[in-house]
Design a protein around this ligand. Structure first.
Ligand code: UT7
Length: 331
């Protein structure tokens, strides 16, 4: 048996910052409301010439350099995104070409804010099956391209970023570090509450869809909020319970960063104190598929994540999609 381990991580955040004070000049909002309701202070926004594949490539290069892995060794590339450069070719193909990877498999994975957790889980299974040895999982989203900056209920939430992890197959006769288990669920009954209505086969782009602002994110925030609070907890508790762990065993919960209140409610219900939860939403906002690698990077930089630690990744996103993934940290 081969065990899947995360062996490296790289991130890219565009340099330009959009603060709450900047948003005060754009829509009827204020710093206090945003901070109290979401926990966000600022987010990074990509310049017009930068697309999702560019950020994904930078993050992937960073992860490969850290691992000392040459692009020629990569056997699969999974790009988790809801903001591909275009509908096809897939962003994975564009990234493969940018990196100079040859002979690899790859595809885009659409699971919105749960994308990275789904990508990690998929990579772990490819590696454990023995079919792929080194899999790049990349979460990259240029959310600013699908945000309506006249809609105060959504434009304060999102930012742009990319993060990548290298998942490698390592001989199991070792320290037990690596992938343990996952819980995933999709629930399309929530599809209407968070979506980009047009641009697909049901409502292709037309003058009418553009005029109706249907190529932007539309969200019924409270519906999504309630679902996220419930499912982040339930999926996390199920995953820990069925593997014989309690909250006391968890060194770090690394949750998707959509709203500080969702994260703290989940942690409270699980019985996890603040020092075992990673929150960096204040600096990046909701970067969709990139939040989990960005939060993991911060945890590593702050010395909060060490080899052998039990790490729980958890996310809920549009769809609805729910994903939790349990790992013993490997480096
Ligand atoms: O990552 C993918 C999944 N997404 C999520 O998990 C997001 C989940 N939802 C949320 O995080 C929250 O629902 C929001 C942050 C989006 C909204 O917070 P809320 O506490 O649910 O506010 P609300 O939508 O109930 O709105 C409360 C009030 C409304 O005014 P009235 O009707 O009470 O007069 C809104 O119009 O706040 C108003 N409001 C704002 N006020 C100032 C909405 N947006 C803003 C704003 N600034 N930006």
């Amino acid at each position: 048996m081969v065990r899947a381990k995360i062996t490296a991580l790289g991130c890219y955040t565009p340099p330009r910052i959009l603060t709450n004070q900047d948003l005060e000049k754009m829509v009827s909002t204020n710093d206090r409301w945003i901070l109290e309701r979401t926990g966000i202070r600022e987010r990074h926004i990509a310049d017009p010439e930068i697309a999702t594949s560019d950020m994904a490539t930078e993050a992937a290069r960073c992860a490969l350099a850290l691992a000392g892995v040459d692009p020629s060794e990569v056997s699969a590339i999974i790009v988790c995104t809801v903001t591909p450069d275009m509908l096809f070719p897939s962003t994975a193909c564009l990234v493969q070409n940018n990196l100079g990877v040859r002979g690899a498999w790859g595809f885009d994975l659409v699971a919105a804010c749960s994308g990275f957790v789904y990508g990690l889980t998929t990579a772990a299974h490819l590696v454990s099956a023995g079919t792929h040895r080194k899999v790049l999982v990349i979460g990259s989203d240029t959310m600013s391209r699908i945000i309506d900056y006249t809609d105060r209920s959504t434009c304060i939430l999102f930012g742009d970023a990319a993060g990548a992890m290298l998942v490698e197959g390592v001989d199991q006769r070792d320290d037990g570090a690596g992938f343990i288990d996952f819980v995933g669920e999709i629930d399309g009954s929530g599809g209407e509450y968070l979506k980009m209505p047009a641009g697909g086969s049901r409502r292709p782009a037309s003058q009418a869809t553009v005029e109706a602002r249907e190529h932007y994110v539309h969200q019924e925030g409270q519906q999504v909020f309630k679902y996220a609070v419930r499912k982040m907890y339930e999926a996390s508790a199920e995953l820990l319970g069925r593997n014989g762990f309690t909250a006391d065993d968890v060194a770090l919960l690394i949750p998707h960063q959509a709203n500080r209140r969702i994260i703290t409610a989940t942690a409270e219900r699980l019985g996890l104190k603040d020092d075992r939860v990673v929150i960096n939403i204040d600096r990046f906002g909701n970067t969709t598929s990139a939040t989990i690698p960005l939060a993991t990077r911060d945890a590593i930089q702050q010395g909060r994540l060490r080899r052998g630690d039990l790490v729980l990744f958890a996310a809920v996103g549009a769809g609805y999609t729910v994903g939790t993934s349990l790992w013993r940290w490997a480096y």
